[in-house]
Design a protein around this ligand. Structure first.
Ligand code: SF4
Length: 350
């Protein structure tokens, strides 16, 4: 079975032609799908023969939402079951300007960041572009309106699944698909320097966010094993290449951990590191994970750290903690679900 979500119109036309079907049907089929109709039987302008062929050879693999948790702030986190029964997470967030979805790019992750629940079992497999699109389609049905913003910040390291993610970014922003403008998409990476250069060479408008979290090499490699292979020097060389090539502002994600990276010395080190880069720092009060080593600083310390960075002319925001009551940090919900043998972790049954 071919998952139609993995195909561009041109590719679907070609496949239909090979099966003896008229290529123009591809546009009709994709129109239905991107309007939210996933069953071939409901695609009313297709003849019976076409529908029979589609059922024989194709599928529309929108993942099944097996659990949906709703936070007091309206954030919804879904546990989504893929066709091969692997489970991933995706999050739907409501902002004033519309809905945003955070998707996963891999089942599991091999990057080993010490604060992350998604990496506990390592990488299980990469997701295809169609499986990434499927997550958005599933949550768009929950939202009941168009998704306008997208972040690649769920489980998985997007640049470790480079080819499928690059393909996905092209597809999801195309007018025939979900038409999410590239400037409304953010890709977050832990910092695989050579892939950042490849990403710069794609010449797209997607925002790049770096999970930095520590401004010194010695401390960062304790927190994020990727830093052993791609140290801060090579990471920032790659970022300077990226900025020269794209002229895009870079976001730095900085999860504030009490007594670890919220000190005046850390702020000073950050100042030195970011010098000369057009950037923005997003402070994220740590979303504590079950059995995790780290704690979140209190509000006073968070504000003091922000004020210090701003005094260095580094634009800084504190990200509001969305969905912290529903395990919204990377991999946490899946973890609770698996820890309970796949039993109820609360929330809406769907
Ligand atoms: S934070 Fe991201 S890159 Fe790091 S282990 Fe978790 S999913 Fe992987």
């Amino acid at each position: 079975m071919i998952n139609i979500l993995d195909l561009t119109p041109e590719e679907l036309k070609q496949k239909l032609k090979e099966s003896g079907e008229k290529p123009f049907r591809a546009d009709q089929i994709l129109n239905w799908i991107y309007e939210g109709v996933f069953s071939f039987d409901d695609m009313k302008n297709l003849g019976e023969g076409t529908r029979a062929l589609l059922k024989r050879e194709f599928s529309v693999d929108v993942p099944e939402i097996i659990k949906l948790l709703k936070s007091v702030d309206g954030t919804r986190k879904g546990l989504l079951k893929l066709k091969d029964s692997h489970i991933i997470e995706a999050v739907l967030m409501k902002y004033e300007h519309g809905y945003s979805v955070c998707i996963s790019t891999q089942v599991g992750c091999r990057m080993g960041c010490s604060f992350c629940a998604s990496t506990k079992e390592g990488l299980i497999r990469n997701l295809t572009a169609g499986e990434m699109i499927g997550q958005i389609l599933a949550l768009q049905q929950v939202a009941g309106e168009r998704i306008s913003n997208l972040v690649l910040m769920g489980s998985g390291e997007p640049l470790d699944n480079f080819d499928e993610v690059a393909r996905f970014l092209g597809m999801v922003s195309s007018p025939w698909g979900l038409a999410i403008g590239q400037r409304h998409i953010t890709l977050s990476t832990c910092g695989i320097a050579p892939r950042i250069r490849d990403f710069a060479d794609l010449d797209n408008q997607v925002t790049l966010a770096i999970s930095l979290h520590q401004p010194t090499q010695a401390e960062r490699q304790k927190l994020m094993p990727v830093a052993w292979q791609h140290d801060l020097t090579s990471l920032f060389e790659a970022l300077r290449y990226y900025q020269t090539k794209t002229n895009r502002r870079i976001s730095f994600e900085y999860a504030l951990v009490d007594g670890v990276n919220d000190t005046p010395e850390a702020a000073q080190a950050l100042r030195v590191l970011l010098r000369g880069l057009k950037c923005h720092v997003n402070l994220i009060p740590l979303n504590e994970i079950k059995d995790g080593l780290y704690k979140k600083p209190d509000l006073k310390k968070i504000e003091a750290f922000r004020a210090r960075l701003e005094s260095f002319n580094i634009p800084t925001t504190i990200r509001r903690e969305m969905g912290s009551d529903i395990d919204a940090a990377c991999g946490q919900l899946k973890r609770s679900f698996l820890d309970q043998g796949g039993d109820d972790v609360g929330g809406e049954d769907v």
